[in-house]
Design a protein around this ligand. Structure first.
Ligand SMILES: Nc1nc2c(ncn2[C@@H]2O[C@H](COP(=O)(O)OP(=O)(O)OP(=O)(O)O)[C@@H](O)[C@H]2O)c(=O)[nH]1
Ligand SMILES: [Mg+2]
Ligand SMILES: [Zn+2]
Length: 294
């Protein structure tokens, strides 16, 4: 029995990477039920075919997974690169905070990549760096066009299964093309078209990096739902709220208008960024709205 990782599924086949080779596999017999529950990033056991049929393989089992992201549907993700363009499109920090909350929810490492540096001044990036570095997030400034920062970004990918996420047009595919020689992901117009199709998510593919590790390009989005959670949970996914909430009077404090709220005190002392707090409140409203709909 061999072990490998699912790169993609396509036309009823699974493409499994194992020891430097890619095998085309099917699910068969008692494992037919597995068919709809295997995603890129999943680790599987498979039997290679014999003789002339050595490239026809059968998946025999699915190994337990660490996590399964819903959008994009990728299993065993270890980190997310949240890509933000410094210009064109201009940075959307509400969307970035959503991405970071998603990463925190799944306990994934999050790296913030500020791309399109060639369009921007240092001042453009400073504001974002000041807010997010203090929260413990690693930040890499890049230009897929000039190559600035690309080596550093590449260094973050080794030995991880990384998902590139972010708004449409920020340069996710362009960065991967710059990182992986010979890769020709579609950029610009075409990928914009793809993202409206409901089926793009079915074709999520992870790519093996020559240096070790895997990456997934994802179609951009303008909307990203938060995972299901209770309102009291949301503060756990903001590192600065997590830090200060321990001293709130009520353990159920949502840091809105409750008395003796240490998070509000921290905001007044300038220890918590107001824009982040504003985004927390907006996301809190969403979590509540969804709870009502359940
Ligand atoms: N000047 C400049 N242009 C860039 C840079 N990175 C990407 N672009 C351009 O920005 C446009 C969008 O890039 P993509 O790589 O397709 O963006 P994406 O994030 O993959 O977009 P979706 O697939 O729609 O989510 C293309 O025209 C790229 O050539 C950069 O660092 N500098
Ligand atoms: Mg793209
Ligand atoms: Zn509070």
């Amino acid at each position: 029995m061999e072990r490998g990782i699912i790169l993609k599924r396509y036309g009823g086949f699974f493409y499994v990477y194992s020891n430097g080779k890619v095998y085309e596999c099917v699910c068969r017999g008692k494992n037919r039920l597995l068919h709809d529950d295997i995603y890129p990033g999943d680790l599987v056991e498979f039997l290679p075919g014999e003789g002339e049929k050595s490239d026809k393989c059968v998946i025999e089992g699915l190994l337990p997974r660490n996590n399964l992201l819903i959008r994009p549907p990728v299993a065993n993700v270890s980190q997310v690169i949240c890509v933000v363009a410094l210009k064109y499109p201009s940075p959307n920090l509400f969307l970035l905070d959503r991405l970071l909350v998603n990463a925190e929810y799944y306990s994934l490492r999050a790296v913030i990549c500020l791309n399109k540096k060639d369009f921007a001044t240092d001042q453009n990036s400073e504001k974002i760096i000041n807010i997010y570095q203090g929260l413990g997030y690693k930040i890499v400034v890049t230009s897929a066009k000039t190559g600035e920062g690309v080596e550093q970004l590449k260094g973050e990918l080794k030995d991880n299964l990384t998902v590139f996420a972010g708004q449409s047009g920020v340069g996710k595919s362009s960065l991967l093309n710059a990182i992986i020689p010979g890769l020709k992901l579609k950029v610009g117009e075409v990928s914009k078209k793809l993202k409206v199709g409901r089926h793009t998510t079915r074709h999520v593919e992870i790519i093996k990096l020559p240096e070790g590790g895997f990456v997934a390009d994802t179609p951009g989005f303008s909307r990203l739902d938060l995972p299901e959670m209770y309102p009291e949970e949301l503060g756990n996914y903001f590192p600065e709220i997590r830090e200060h909430r321990v001293n709130c009077k009520f353990t159920s404090c949502l840091h809105e208008n409750e008395p003796q709220c240490n998070v509000k005190a921290a905001i007044e002392q300038g220890l918590i960024n107001e824009e982040r707090y504003g985004n927390y409140l907006k996301l809190l409203a969403e979590v509540r709205e969804r709870e009502r709909g359940r």
